[in-house]
Design a binder for this molecule. Structure first.
Ligand code: 5GP
Length: 128
């Protein structure tokens, strides 16, 4: 059965798309720690990031880099945290999270609740 992220890539489940190419897809996390919190995934359905072949992993980091630069410009944060953790979805993903302090990347913190309009506005800004 396809993972929820593969279903997002296929358009079966809606997402706020930030970027896409033939191998990778980036979209806003639906439970963001900050405005601009983005997930980067390979279209190839692989559970664990380090099971990706070297070329795909390399490409994914470079794809994430472009988005991180946009997130930084958009949010004015000091850095964009790059986080790989969690066992929730069995599809490799990198979290890109605007941060000004390490506390901003504490996943036990309460997540932001954004309106569909806010999500759409952020995604649109990051796509530019
Ligand atoms: P992790 O496995 O890294 O702990 O969590 C997976 C992340 O994916 C979570 O931050 C969660 O909010 C996000 N997520 C799970 N399901 C969906 C979904 O259907 N849409 C979006 N946009 N994000 C999701």
């Amino acid at each position: 059965m396809a993972t929820i992220f593969s279903r997002i890539v296929a358009g079966e489940i809606p997402s706020y798309k930030v970027a896409e190419d033939d191998r990778f897809y980036a979209f806003l996390d639906i439970n963001p720690l900050a405005k601009g919190h983005t997930l980067v995934i390979p279209k190839q359905e692989v559970d664990y990031l380090y099971d990706l072949d070297d070329e795909t992993l390399q490409g994914m980091i470079l794809f994430a880099k472009q988005i991180a630069q946009k997130i930084k410009a958009f949010s004015g944060c000091k850095r964009v945290a790059t986080v790989v953790l969690g066992l929730e979805v069995p599809h490799a993903h990198i979290h890109l999270i605007p941060m000004n302090s390490e506390k901003d990347v504490d996943f036990s913190r309460e997540k932001l609740i954004l309106t569909p309009e806010e999500f759409a506005e952020i995604a649109s800004a990051l796509r530019e």
